[in-house]
Write a protein that binds this ligand. Sequence first.
Ligand SMILES: C[S@@+](CC[C@H](N)C(=O)[O-])C[C@H]1O[C@@H](n2cnc3c(N)ncnc32)[C@H](O)[C@@H]1O
Length: 217
Amino acid sequence: MSEWFQSFMDDVIDRSFSLQVADPRLPEIRIFKKAATDNLSAKKIPPAEYVFACQLARDATTVRPGAIELARWILDNPEAVRGTDVLDVGAGAAVVAIAAKKAGAKKATALDKSIGGSVFSSRNAVANSVDIHVVRGDFLDPDVYNEACVITAAEIFYNAKFKDRLREVLNTQAKHGKLVLVAGDETNHFLSEYVGEALRSESLNRENIRLMNLSAA
Ligand SMILES: C[S@@+](CC[C@H](N)C(=O)[O-])C[C@H]1O[C@@H](n2cnc3c(N)ncnc32)[C@H](O)[C@@H]1O
């Protein structure tokens, strides 16, 4: 990431975003969200650039139910991640990686393809006084999973184009004995499909795939 882009995004965050509790169910974690009033009066950031920055920020400032559920579960069950290497894929605001590190993970990585997300994730980690690794990468690339022993995935089964590939990649991790924690809104059709198949599968050890926030779990 170029220095220019980093400082541009930092400037936007400092002027227009403020640290807020990630969710009432996650009072331990604060993240940058849009401030009630912003401070663009100095007009140093032209409107078009500002709109662009806010678009980049969209996924990184919204914490979805799956991430809340997963982060809550990790904070309440720290033994599941203590001393392990955790990889959160499609990390968004990085609350799950932050929760994992707070719960005692040896290493927690927030992986997302979004460049705006990377800036917010890094700032969110600092704001919560934890050291996480922020990586830009593709969760469909099997190589990104190499080092991790616990994989977390919240709200990423939303696209028909990649759902089958994603299912294959996550199932391969579970078959390798890694713990795969998948979370999401149970009304999400692709996720329900994945869950239904994983629960029926004879080649997957149910212990290695846990499904959160789902009536089927
Ligand atoms: C719906 S958001 C979920 C964010 C977060 N996990 C949550 O639950 O709040 C999906 C995230 O996946 C990321 N994403 C989409 N496709 C991706 C890919 N191929 N590799 C990595 N990240 C991806 C998006 O940038 C976005 O941040």
